[in-house]
Design a protein around this ligand. Structure first.
Ligand SMILES: NC(=O)c1ccc[n+]([C@@H]2O[C@H](COP(=O)([O-])OP(=O)(O)OC[C@H]3O[C@@H](n4cnc5c(N)ncnc54)[C@H](O)[C@@H]3O)[C@@H](O)[C@H]2O)c1
Length: 249
């Protein structure tokens, strides 16, 4: 049996690369995407060292043309894919809404929401060829508010809308669509958010209800690997929270 193929966007980042490494260990072939192919080099090397066949793609996830080209690469080399993980994302700024710059809000929506939309639009046809699973990396910000982060929160709420609607379009087919919702996870993104929050007024504008430790990228990667596996075959349209209980506090 040939190894399954997964496309992973944002694979130069903390969570995306952890997903790539976890799948590499499980024998997947990988198509890694990032803003530039150079940004993928450390992850590509680590995956290759684990014996994985890896192709890389540099492009902007907020550009439909680039996402279509990414899908075309997987089509050309593998005739489709069995896994698609959209992990590329940005945080925007931390600013109350009356001071939140419109161009930043638009950019956050373009990368996080339009980026996921383009991945679903061009990824689902690839997954339908032989059956497969799409996983969107959303956030606990998809189901709760965060003072100072309206752009990010709105973009991630919208990601859940995309996941739920496309999951319903897949019912009865050989494809499933789910979202994982990490709480704060130790990557460059949370470090940047914490830096920005520290420069704000007391409380930093970020509300964290319990003092849960930050998660690790592998905590997310393990859930993604499960959602890509046949063991999760009855899970579709789900929003799976990974946050040590913070959201239910
Ligand atoms: N780290 C956290 O605390 C946390 C919590 C919840 C959700 N998330 C989500 O997890 C996902 C991965 O984030 P991370 O923590 O690994 O952060 P990260 O910054 O390490 O990785 C994100 C990657 O996305 C890439 N990217 C950004 N804009 C892009 C674009 N226009 N085109 C292509 N690639 C682009 C970046 O270059 C970066 O490598 C994001 O969607 C993020 O919103 C992160």
């Amino acid at each position: 049996m040939t190894s399954p193929v997964a496309i992973i966007t944002g694979a130069g980042g903390g969570i995306g690369c952890a997903v790539a490494l976890t799948l590499a260990r499980q024998g997947w072939r990988l198509v890694l995407a990032e803003q530039t192919a150079a940004a993928l080099e450390p992850c590509r090397r680590q995956c290759a060292a684990l014996g994985a066949e890896v192709r890389t793609f540099g492009g902007d996830i907020s550009s439909e043309r680039d996402v279509a080209a990414l899908a075309a690469l997987a089509e050309r080399h593998y005739g489709g894919c069995q896994g698609f993980v959209s992990s590329a994302g940005i945080a925007g700024v931390i600013r109350e809404i009356d001071r939140y710059p419109g161009d930043v809000f638009r950019h956050v929506m373009e990368v996080n929401t339009y980026g996921t939309f383009f991945c679903l639009k061009h990824g689902l046809p690839l997954l339908r060829r032989r059956g497969g699973s799409f996983v969107a990396i959303a956030s606990t910000s998809a189901i709760r508010g965060r003072a100072g982060m309206a752009g990010y929160v709105a973009s991630k709420h919208a990601v859940l809308g995309l996941v739920k609607s496309s999951a319903l379009e897949c019912v009865g087919s050989n494809v499933r669509v789910n979202a994982v919702l990490p709480g704060p996870t130790q990557t460059a993104m949370i470090e940047a958010i914490d830096r920005m929050a520290a420069q704000q007024a007391p409380g930093g504008g970020i509300n964290r209800p319990v003092a849960a430790p930050y998660g690790k990228p592998d905590d997310v990667a393990n859930m993604v690997a499960f959602l890509l596996s046949p063991a999760s075959g009855h899970i579709n349209g789900a929003s799976l929270v990974i946050d040590a209980g913070s959201t239910v506090a």
